[in-house]
Structures are given as structure tokens and as C-alpha cells.
Design a protein around this ligand. Structure first.
Ligand code: NAI
Length: 472
């Protein structure tokens, strides 16, 4: 066993270098703490290497295909687009590599020490690092667990990299499959369905629940469903998948009531599970709950002395920006500063399928189910000048507000968007919801014209009882 020099004790040792881990490390180092990160692969984690970043980069390729295909409407003769997927993959990898170099440099520049290997908490602030060159032991006054998650699998659809793919394999495909079945109509399933369809694959989505994009507002789901239908994506909801049988060049998936679909590949996107294998030696006191998540309180404390946990390994929304926020909470708690816990019910959600989806706060149905009397307004992008100009009018902005005792709209509870670039527009909706602002207050602020963000302003004005373009 190799050990770090005697007396070497970091203020914080972080296990895992994904968004949860690197945010913890960067924030801790900014606050003057000495920080070590243990990472078995590359810093950046799932988000940078196998998730958000490569997925959104390939979705951008899909967007370019749509733009070129629609160019003649603008009088631009570009012909039918053809995708050279090797070049697409090359560009994606270049973006990932650039960001990886940037992150590595940033961490180094901040004085963060990175250990390559698998980190195991062995108690008392000691972390064993099993790397390519043997085993090392490092010590920290505080330890933050940020080991992340891996794709969930389902029985009968074991990932083989050929016929059955998880998100990890889809993002590294050499060639585009002519046809795919996507199991799971959540965020990942819909992003892949949209991307693969735009790049030329025939796509079928198989979702267990009665609706897809569960958790999104019903009107928003309706817009995505219409767009998917128009583009030829077959969505089957309320169906179980029973298994698949391959025939050498493709495979047939059986689902529902004696239905089947023959495809080149199956993409399994049924959620992600926390990764805790090898993370904890016996007797650390860290509690791993039933579904494999590490238990934490709102300060991200695990309950074991001087051990915190953040990111996908804890049971909170599996979003990189949530992991960033949790890392900041953990460091503030370690420093003994006042902590504002993350308000999980009001974090922003962004799904980058076409059309994009973004929201923060309660959906209309969730608010009504909670017994809240609400006032709701929505503005379709069809009436928005900028949406007409760019030729992307599918979508809407919907705002849910609490009805005050005077019958007027009070606190804004939820903002829901679907359509062009809404992932870039949700910021002001997020602020409105989290500031518990009212339409009267938000309605004071201007929106630039012509802009897509006017749809939010219009919806807010309508809620004040005096809309400009939409009736109140
Ligand atoms: P998810 O939980 O969002 O969706 C999984 C879907 O699969 C659900 O609709 C579920 O009902 C369905 N499902 C489960 N078992 C099934 C079965 N046997 N047959 C058919 N359908 C089945 O998980 P997803 O999409 O894999 O994403 C994982 C995590 O990553 C989520 O927490 C998500 O929020 C996050 N993520 C966020 C993104 C974003 O914000 N843009 C993008 C991608 C992922």
C-alpha cells in the first residue's frame, strides 16, 4: 500500500469528479480550503462525457439538419441535408474534449489535487484510492461523496452495445441506426427520440405510464406529442415491454397487447440509479437507503460524522445544476456558514428535445391537486413575432398563479414553456417562481421586442387582468 506523506490531510476530500464533485471542489477551493478529488475516469463525469453535454451537442446537429431542410422557405437553396455522422461525432468529441481540458485546467489552477482511481470511504475521514498504480490512502477533515449514477437497466434488455444501448452507447454510435425503439419516454428518451428522428432514423417510443414526459404540464406534453406525431415518431404510452429477439441484423421488441416493432437498435432510457458500489467500507455510518441512494439532510449531511453527499448519489432531482447547488450547500455547511437549502420543488427543468421544454414550479394539475385555487394563462408562440420570423411557432408559455382573496392573481407558482429556445428563457420564470413574485410585480418589467421572451411577458400581463395581445 502506498500512503500519502504523513500529516497530509486535506480540508475536503471529494469522491467523484462529476458536476456534484467538481462544483464542491471548485467552490471549496475558492473559499480557501485545500481540496482533493478522487475520480476513476475523467473529471466532468456523466454530464460532460456521457450525458448532458454530448447529448445536447448531437441535438444541435439535429437542429442544423432541420434548419438546412427548411432553408428553401427562406429562399436559400441548400438541397436536402445529408448527415456524415463521423464528422458529427468528431465535432461532439471536440466540444467535450475542449470543455474537459478547460475544467482540468481550472481545477489545477485552483490548487485542487486530483487522484486517479476508485475512492472508498473507510471511515474517520480516510479515503482509499484504488488506481492503476496501486492503492493510496488520503485523509480529509471532511469528505463529500459525489459518486453519481449509471443508467438503469431492465430485465430482458441487457445492454450489449449492438442491439440494446443505454445513453452511454447512443452518444458514441459510429453509425445512425435506420430504426430504433426507445424504451422510456422521460427526459433522456424524448431527447434521443427527437435527435434520432431529425437525423433520419425511424423512431418508436415505448412508455410504461399513461403519458410520456411525466412531471411536465399536460399542455406542454400536448405540444411535444403533436410535434413528434408530425415528424413521424410513434409514441406508445401505457405499454409494458416484454422482451426482444434478435435476428442477426436487427431485433424485434414485443410490447403491450401482442404488439411488436422490428428495429435496428433498442435504446433503454428508464432512469438512472445511484452508483455506490465500492464507495463505502463497512462501518462508515453512512446510510444507503432502499433504492440505493445515500441518505442526507437538507444540508447534505449524511449523518456520519464529517461526511456529506451531493449529486445523483442522493435522492434529489438528477440534474447537473442541482448537483452544483448541493456542492455549494455542502461547502457552506463545512465552513459553518448559514445555509439556504436547495428548494427542490422549484428548480428549473430543461429538456432539449425539439420542441424544447423548460419549467419551474408547480404544474396546473399539481397545484389543483394540492387544493390551491389557481389562475392560469398561456400564450402560444404562434402569435409571437420572433417565433414567426424564425419559423418556429409550435409552443406556448403557461403561467400558474395562486388566486388571491380579492380574486386577482397572486404568487406565481409555476412557469411552463415549450417551444424555440425555451431552455434559455426559463431563467426569468425561475426567478419569478422562486422570488414568489406576483404578476403585478413581474408585469412592471419590459421584454425586448421582437423577442421570444415576450411570450412570458404577455402571459404575465394577461394574469394582471390587462393583457396586451392575449385576452385576460
Ligand atoms: P426518467 O425517470 O426521466 O424517465 C424514465 C421513463 O421511463 C419514465 O417515463 C418511466 O415511466 C419509463 N419507464 C420506466 N420503466 C419502463 C419500462 N419497463 N418500460 C417502459 N417505460 C419505462 O429517466 P431518464 O429519462 O432516463 O433520465 C434519467 C435522469 O436524468 C432523470 O432524472 C432526468 O431528469 C435526468 N435528465 C435530465 C435531462 C435534462 O434535464 N435535460 C436530460 C436527461 C436526463
Amino acid at each position: 500500500m502506498v500512503t500519502t506523506p504523513e500529516g497530509t490531510e486535506f480540508d475536503v476530500v471529494v469522491i467523484g469528479g462529476g458536476p456534484g464533485g467538481y462544483a464542491t471542489a471548485l467552490y471549496g477551493a475558492s473559499a480557501g480550503l485545500s481540496v482533493a478529488v478522487v475520480e476513476k475516469d475523467k473529471v466532468g463525469g456523466t454530464c460532460l462525457h456521457r450525458g448532458c453535454v454530448p447529448a445536447k451537442e448531437l441535438l444541435e446537429t439535429a437542429s442544423v439538419v432541420r434548419t438546412v431542410a427548411g432553408a428553401k422557405e427562406f429562399g436559400v437553396q441548400a438541397g436536402q441535408p445529408a448527415v456524415d455522422f463521423t464528422i458529427s461525432q468528431g465535432r461532439k468529441q471536440k466540444v467535450v474534449d475542449q470543455l474537459h481540458r478547460g475544467l482540468s485546467g481550472l481545477m489545477k489552477g485552483r490548487g485542487i489535487t486530483t487522484f486517479v482511481g476508485t475512492g472508498t470511504l473507510s471511515g474517520g475521514g480516510r479515503v482509499e484510492v484504488s488506481g492503476p498504480e496501486g492503492t493510496d490512502e488520503i485523509a480529509g477533515r471532511h469528505v463529500v461523496l459525489a459518486s453519481g449514477s449509471v443508467p438503469r437497466t431492465i430485465q430482458g434488455f441487457e445492454v450489449d452495445g449492438k442491439f440494446v444501448l443505454s445513453s452511454d452507447e447512443v452518444l458514441c454510435l459510429d453509425e445512425l441506426p435506420a430504426s430504433v425503439a426507445v424504451i422510456g419516454g422521460g427526459a433522456i428518451g424524448c431527447e434521443f427520440a427527437s435527435m434520432l428522428c431529425d437525423l433520419g432514423s425511424q423512431v418508436t417510443v415505448l412508455e410504461l405510464l399513461p403519458t410520456f414526459l411525466t412531471g411536465c404540464d399536460a399542455d406542454v406534453v400536448g405540444v411535444v406529442a403533436r410535434s413528434f406525431r408530425k415528424r413521424g415518431i410513434a409514441v406508445h404510452t401505457g405499454v409494458s415491454v416484454h422482451g426482444h429477439s434478435s435476428n442477426g441484423s436487427g431485433t424485434t421488441v414485443s410490447f403491450g397487447d401482442n404488439e411488436s416493432v422490428s428495429v435496428d437498435a433498442v435504446v433503454v432510457a428508464v432512469g438512472r440509479r445511484p452508483l455506490t458500489e465500492g464507495l463505502l467500507a463497512d462501518g462508515t455510518g453512512v446510510v444507503v437507503a432502499e433504492r440505493g441512494f445515500v441518505g442526507v439532510d437538507e444540508h447534505m449531511r449524511t449523518g456520519a460524522e464529517r461526511v456529506w453527499a451531493v449529486g445523483d448519489v442522493v435522492d434529489t432531482p438528477q440534474l447537473a445544476h442541482v448537483a452544483f447547488a448541493e456542492g455549494i450547500v455542502a461547502i457552506k455547511d463545512i465552513l459553518g456558514e448559514a445555509v439556504v437549502p436547495v428548494d427542490y420543488a422549484r428548480v428549473p427543468w430543461c429538456i432539449y428535445c425539439h420542441p424544447e421544454v423548460a419549467f419551474a414550479g408547480l404544474t396546473e394539475s399539481a397545484a389543483r391537486e394540492a387544493g390551491i385555487d389557481v389562475l392560469v394563462k398561456q400564450d402560444p408562440f404562434g402569435g409571437n413575432s420572433r417565433a414567426r420570423i424564425i419559423g418556429e411557432t409550435d409552443g406556448l408559455v403557461k403561467v400558474v398563479a395562486e388566486r388571491g382573496s380579492d380574486g386577482r392573481a397572486g404568487r406565481i407558482l409555476g412557469v411552463h414553456m415549450v417551444g424555440p429556445w425555451v431552455t434559455e428563457q426559463i431563467g426569468q420564470g425561475y426567478l419569478a417562481v422562486n422570488w414568489e413574485a406576483t404578476p403585478e410585480e413581474v408585469g412592471q418589467f419590459l421584454q425586448p421586442h421582437p423577442s421570444l421572451s415576450e411570450a412570458f411577458g404577455e402571459t404575465i400581463l394577461a394574469l394582471t387582468g390587462r393583457g396586451l395581445h392575449i385576452s385576460s
